[in-house]
Write a protein that binds this ligand. Structure first.
Ligand SMILES: [Zn+2]
Length: 289
């Protein structure tokens, strides 16, 4: 339901499951509204999804894309800010579903690996369409390094590799690119705090690799990685088999804390739609466990 007095959005013409469109329009709606005017319910039933009506600011976009008389459902659970980047960009997460199994999906952590963006946008609708909401609470951390993504750099605005700044036993502070101390960067803190808060059964992080694609795992995740591999065709590789990753999310959450961590390494530059089509079912399988 919409709280009394809440400003409504009218005329976006968005349905619940228009791939790629639902979320993008939601983002625009949120970005064009004054903070606090759009309160999206986080309930789990269709009846709890809010219906909204346009503000004046959003009207030009609506006029280009939809009949103004249509009423739209804009979402079941809004993004929440779980951290702030070095340059002040929000680090956002949202949870879909309400099942007993908590899963964390991270859409990107290296700023020059944007291949996960499309999949991140598609995932909520596919998750709900697959009927997983009663089995899993899926938290999607949109992008753990928004400054790096904006600049096209692997590291954050301080030049630190966020994926080397976790408090793993193998943290290496002698390399300036790792940060002097674990969790010295707001981006790694946001991820670590999210893990502490939701206590996921599995963490899935999206990456890209030049010239190869595979599923990489840390901690007790071999069976999940093999399941992902059998459905997607991606070869399984354990992190320890091919590269030292001091202070990585996999080292920290996977090897030290015993949380299964899967790192999806897609071919750098791969077509996002092709990637999504290929990985969709494998991803949903490991999410449901
Ligand atoms: Zn990466």
């Amino acid at each position: 339901m919409v709280p009394a007095g809440q400003q409504r959005l009218r005329g976006f013409g968005v349905h619940e499951y228009i791939p790629g469109r639902h979320l993008s329009v939601l983002k625009i709606a949120v970005s064009t509204l004054t903070a606090g005017t759009l309160i999206v319910g986080c309930g789990s039933t269709a009846g709890s999804a809010i219906q909204a009506t346009t503000s004046q600011a959003a009207a030009p976009y609506a006029a280009e894309t939809a009949a103004p008389s249509r009423t739209i459902v804009v979402g079941r659970s809004d993004w929440e800010q779980v951290g702030t980047s070095v340059q002040g960009r929000p680090i956002r997460a949202r949870t879909v579903g309400h099942g007993p199994r908590a899963v964390l999906f991270i859409g990107g952590i290296h700023g020059d690996e944007t291949e996960g963006e499309f999949t991140t946008d598609q995932l909520p609708a596919a998750f709900e369409a697959a009927g997983l909401a009663d089995r899993v609470a899926l938290t999607i951390l949109e992008d753990a390094n928004p400054d790096g993504r904006a600049a096209g750099t692997r590291g954050n605005a301080n030049g630190i590799d966020v994926n080397r700044n976790f408090p793993a036993t193998n943290f290496d502070g002698t390399d300036p690119a790792n940060g002097k101390t674990p969790l010295s960067q707001p981006e790694s803190r946001a991820v670590a705090e999210t893990i502490d808060r939701i206590e996921p059964s599995v963490v899935i992080a999206f990456h890209a690799w030049a010239g190869d694609q595979f599923i990489n795992f840390d901690g007790p995740a071999r069976s999940l990685a093999e399941q992902f591999s059998s459905t997607s065709g991606f070869q399984v590789k354990a992190s320890s088999e091919f590269a030292p990753t001091p202070g990585s999310l996999g080292s920290y959450a996977g090897r030290d804390r015993g949380i299964p961590v899967l790192s999806i390494e897609v071919l750098k530059g791969a077509d996002p739609q092709v990637t999504w089509d290929r990985l969709r079912f494998a991803l949903l399988q490991v999410i449901v466990g």
